[in-house]
Design a protein around this ligand. Structure first.
Ligand SMILES: [Zn+2]
Length: 98
């Protein structure tokens, strides 16, 4: 009886140790993603684009804009042109075949 209780206590102690170690690892992982806001000194996570406290712009780690403004404008112009051509073609076809 006493032996089994001892075993159980031992098991629980080991489980507590494992849980504590896991919590420590998770905490360390979280801390590795914390950055300090250059404007107000508050802590933010490294994927954030704005400080949660003062709203200052942050540069997220590993972030780079997908494309520059020039490329974006060019793609938009091409898209509008193609769209306009399709609309005009549709109108012409409907007019011709009616
Ligand atoms: Zn801030």
């Amino acid at each position: 009886m006493a032996a089994s209780e001892e075993k159980r206590a031992e098991r629980e102690a080991r489980k507590k140790e494992r849980d504590a170690a896991r919590a420590k690892r998770q905490y360390e992982r979280l801390r590795s993603h914390v950055v300090t806001c250059p404007a107000c000194g508050a802590e933010a996570l490294d994927h954030m684009t704005k400080c949660p406290k003062c709203g200052a712009e942050l540069t997220p780690a590993g972030y780079k804009p997908a494309m520059d403004e020039k490329t974006k404008k060019r793609i938009r112009a091409v898209t509008y042109t193609v769209g306009a051509v399709i609309v005009v073609a549709a109108i012409v076809l409907v007019t011709v075949f009616n």
